[in-house]
Design a protein around this ligand. Structure first.
Ligand code: WT7
Length: 629
């Protein structure tokens, strides 16, 4: 896709009940945005002051393009703000986490209980030799212990790297090795649609050829307990029991690393996006409280997994820093039936509901009768994230779930940005298909390759003009890759997305400008799929593209050239699909493989996936002057 295209802009607009604005934390968008423009540092300074720091900052930001420091020389610990602060503010018995298992089991964890668990597990990690700056890989199902593990790392200054449970052994191994993780924290099993997923088995495989790993901590959920084989493996609860109960938070510099999180890129190696303590804390706290308009009695449900940035920012750090009650569940949206999520909303009185377009489209297909069975009147605010929320899905979500009375926030952001960047604030007019405008504190635009703003209605590249507190600081082990974000359309941060603005400045995000495929809201790099395919003995060359899908956004189609001696067959196709599943995990599985004898390439030998895609979709392939054959 090139950036020169015109887009027919949807004219529809929903003006919410003015009552939404009354009592909203940001009652007037224009005014808030202007206040930020008038004094950007003062804006962030005021927000940062709502939190507790061990030592204040000298400067709000220090910008040395493309490197930013936020809250320089300040000392902080994010867990002090997520836990201790509330305990001593009188919220010790407020519910921090409501967990619901697949079978209907419930666990309620108060702030005080969470605080105690985190301190104990932090000490247990110390007992295993984990020190400030060490990397810890967390590969767990969605249970409260996953959050305990993350916060315990942050408590002692260890850098966590959470890997989503849907990744396979090879993908996990790559991520462990890149981070040089000392410890892997896992569970025996995860639950999915009544079946158990053997997480520990995948870890067993992934730690082979991962020499940095000293210990594997296993949360054993299933009876009889799975056997721990070697001295390397320890039991989650046993090490907890043996640990001291009190652990003071490590005094971290604002710019010390908090975590890395891997995201797909255009090469076969995923990028370890690095976030730091102070700025990330301020950004996620601010957006949870002010953008989601979080209030005292809200029950906040973000349906993501902490294995993704959405879970880091809007299950764990943002909501806990803002003292929210967070709902988490291991349930899949259609098990035991497609009413389960609506039942959970009714049962727990969810007030803020944040999910992904792919889920909304799935429910749309299944029909209104499922949500209509349940009382959804507790919902106050709806949110969407992960990929464009198409107008049809917007309408359905707004009418059927929100009953035409809830603001719907389509939030655009990325692993790299750490927090919401573009949305429509509570009470502002909403336009289906458009994410909205930059949140106060952020400056974005849509520009051409030269960095010049494009007129309304013309497509261009989405860029961010100014640094923001929760921006990534580097790509782990690959600072060059970090600089590329700021050097593609200098001096701006190039998000890698195509977008278009309308006359009112509302931004519609169209999709990726690069070879990242978003499947059911999960970011998957073509190159990673291709390298998984090529690792199979039969494959000489492979190219993967995304094919539009009405529910998943995209599905993966791969084109494969076989090695001499191998013949295309249905059986081989299934074998290859299975091979990708085993190496990268179920989320990266191609749904289709076509055997070909050649692939379109540039003269320099790069596969032109754009040409494959155009051909597949019966579209004009655009400029093919660089095509070799
Ligand atoms: C990419 C980032 C940020 C949390 C989840 C994904 C796409 C994300 C939207 C949205 C249109 C969106 C973009 C972006 N994306 N939110 N509201 N509208 N596109 O994080 O895995 O880092 O993916 O997701 O293409 O670049 P991520």
């Amino acid at each position: 896709m090139s950036e020169n295209f015109d887009v027919k802009l949807e004219k529809k607009c929903y003006v919410p009940d003015p009552a939404c604005k009354e009592g909203a934390r940001i009652p007037d968008y224009e005014k808030a945005y202007q206040e930020f423009l008038d004094d950007p540092d003062g804006f962030w300074d005021r927000i940062a002051r709502e939190l507790e720091w061990f030592q204040p900052w000298k400067q709000v930001k220090e910008w040395n393009h493309p490197y930013a420091k936020w809250f320089t020389d300040a000392k902080v610990n994010i867990t002090h703000n997520c836990l201790d602060r509330h305990i001593f503010d009188g919220y010790r018995n407020r519910v921090a986490i409501i967990w619901r298992g697949e079978g209907g089991e419930e666990r309620i964890v108060t702030y005080r209980q969470l605080y105690k668990e985190v301190m104990r597990f932090a000490n247990a990690l110390k007992d295993l030799g984990v020190m400030k700056g060490d990397r810890v890989c967390i590969y767990m199902p969605l249970v409260p212990e996953q959050i305990v593990a993350m916060l315990a790392c942050a408590r002692i200054g260890a850098v966590h790297s959470v890997v989503y449970g849907g990744f396979g052994a090879n993908a996990l191994n790559t991520r462990i090795r890149d981070a040089e993780a000392k410890i892997v924290i896992t569970a025996d099993i995860g639950m999915r649609r009544g079946k158990t997923i053997p997480l520990k088995g995948i870890v067993d495989e992934a730690v082979i050829n991962a020499p940095s790993v000293e210990r594997v901590v296993v949360l054993r959920r299933k009876e009889p307990l799975v056997e721990l084989h070697s001295e390397m493996e320890v039991d989650f609860h046993e090490i907890m029991k043996a640990a001291e109960p009190v652990c003071a938070p490590e005094v971290m510099d604002s710019e010390d690393p908090l975590f890395t999180l891997y995201t797909s890129g255009t090469t076969g190696t995923p990028k370890g996006i690095l976030h730091t303590c102070g700025g990330y804390m301020v950004g996620t706290y601010y957006t949870t409280k002010y953008i989601f308009d979080l209030k005292e009695h809200d029950v906040f449900w973000c349906t993501a997994d902490p294995g993704w940035i959405t879970g880091h920012s809007y299950i764990v750090y943002g909501p806990l820093a803002a003292c929210a009650t967070v709902l988490i569940t291991e349930t899949t949206p259609d098990y035991p039936d497609p009413g389960i999520w609506w039942k959970i909303i009714e049962d727990f009185g969810v007030t803020i509901f944040y999910t992904a377009p792919t889920a909304i489209r799935m429910f749309m297909k299944l029909g209104e009768e499922w949500p209509d069975k349940y009382d959804l009147s507790s919902i106050r605010i709806l949110g969407s994230v992960g990929e464009p929320l198409n107008p049809e899905a917007f309408e359905w979500y707004y009418h059927v779930i929100g009953k035409d009375r809830c603001p719907l926030l389509d939030t655009w952001w990325q692993t790299e940005t750490g927090m919401h960047m573009i949305t429509t604030l509570v009470g502002e007019p909403m336009k289906p298909g458009f994410a909205g405008k930059a949140v106060p504190g952020v400056v974005v635009d849509v520009v051409n390759k030269a960095g010049e703003p494009v007129p309304a209605g013309t497509g261009g590249f989405l860029i961010i003009k100014e640094p923001w507190p929760s921006m990534m600081r580097t790509v782990y082990n690959n600072d060059e890759r970090y600089r590329q974000y700021w050097e593609t359309i200098p001096p701006y941060y190039a998000a890698g997305d195509l977008a278009v603005k309308d006359e009112d400045g509302y931004i519609m995000v169209i999709g990726r400008a690069d070879d990242v495929i978003i499947v059911a809201g999960h970011n998957i790099g073509s190159a990673e799929i291709e390298s998984a395919l090529v690792s199979h003995e039969s494959v000489a060359e492979a190219a993967a593209i995304g094919k539009p899908d009405p529910v998943k956004g995209n599905t993966i189609k791969a084109f494969v050239i076989l090695r001499v001696g191998y013949e295309p067959s249905e059986k081989l196709m299934h074998e290859l699909i299975y091979h990708v599943r085993m190496t990268l995990g179920p989320i990266a599985m191609p749904s289709e493989i076509e055997f070909v004898t050649s692939l379109p390439k540039t003269r320099s030998g790069k596969i032109m996936r754009r040409v494959l895609k155009a051909k597949e979709l019966g579209m004009d392939p655009g400029d093919i002057s660089t095509l070799e054959d």
